[in-house]
Design a protein around this ligand. Structure first.
Ligand code: NAD
Length: 262
């Protein structure tokens, strides 16, 4: 199916690896020009080259910087001639016990996983509305729907973003102008982040890494982790011309792990 977005411009944040990279790949496959960002130059340039090889017809621009800072956001926005599609993403906060988190830890989580997406939405949605097309996808987490004890910083910061988006997406000046804002909630995806989390869990518990991995997969009805390509494909569908009537939603992509009916 042609998603009807070839020639559009997308800003895909935190996209040198993992889920952000999967989203950029799917969009480039659809003929979308992209600006990708990440903090590490080497991985970002390598990913930009992969994207160019994937579809030589599109323009790929890369911006090195921390998207959770004002300078990082300004540089990313400046590199994008117009933002038709915004994919909000950043690294997740560290796990731990809330008794150990000071104010600085909370502010860092809020900055990266709540205020940064809100700032980028603020900078882009009115222009999208003026042009009569806009798609915003926020990469959040399954933890918004089913909180994970050790990820309290993530549970809290991402729920704040989710509540804000629920109200904003329903403004007629956006929804009525073909601007949609949705959240994509990953369950367990086979990315570098998940690999590091599993390795840390194995080291702490003394269990072999392979066994821990297999046990985590067995607990998911799909019996496996998701891939960044699957995540990117759904992101591209949410950004499609056809998805204009879908807004303000939280879409869980978790292989059936969430046990509720709704
Ligand atoms: P990842 O570590 O594999 O990749 C993260 C990417 O973001 C990298 O390209 C990194 O360079 C970039 N990045 C991180 N912080 C950045 C910043 N401040 N500015 C610019 N670039 C930055 O992670 P992932 O697995 O792709 O996860 C993406 C998001 O989804 C994270 O917020 C994560 O917490 C969340 N999430 C992931 C999973 C999973 O199973 N992978 C599950 C739930 C939620």
């Amino acid at each position: 199916m042609d998603l009807g977005i070839a020639g559009r411009w997308a800003l895909v944040c935190a996209a040198s690896k993992g889920l952000g990279a999967g989203c950029a790949e799917a969009l480039v496959g659809e003929g979308v020009h992209v600006v990708i960002t990440a903090r590490g130059e080497e991985a970002l340039q390598a990913q930009a080259e992969r994207l160019r090889a994937l579809n030589p017809a599109v323009q790929v621009r890369s911006v090195v910087g921390d998207i959770a800072t004002e300078a990082g956001r300004a540089a990313a926005l400046a590199a994008c001639p117009q933002v038709d599609i915004l994919v909000n993403n950043a690294g997740g906060p560290p796990p731990g016990d809330f008794r150990d988190w000071d104010r600085a830890a909370w502010l860092a989580a809020l900055e990266a996983n709540m205020l940064t997406p809100i700032e980028l939405i603020k900078a882009t949605v009115d222009g999208m509305a003026q042009r009569g097309f806009g798609r915003v996808v926020n990469i959040t987490s399954g933890a918004v729907k089913a909180p994970i004890d050790v990820l309290g910083l993530s549970n809290g910061a991402r729920s704040g973003l989710t509540g804000f988006v629920a109200g904003l997406a329903r403004q007629p000046r956006l929804a009525g102008r073909n601007v949609t804002i949705n959240n994509l909630l990953p369950g367990a995806f086979d990315t570098e982040r998940l690999g590091k989390t599993l390795a840390a869990g194995a080291a702490k518990s003394g269990q072999p890494l392979d066994e821990l991995r297999a046990r985590r997969m067995a607990a998911i009805p799909a019996q496996r982790f998701g891939s960044a390509a699957e995540f990117g494909a759904l992101c591209a569908m949410l950004c499609s011309a056809q998805a204009g009537y879908l807004t303000g939603q939280n879409i869980l992509l978790d292989g059936g792990a969430y046990p509720g009916t709704f």
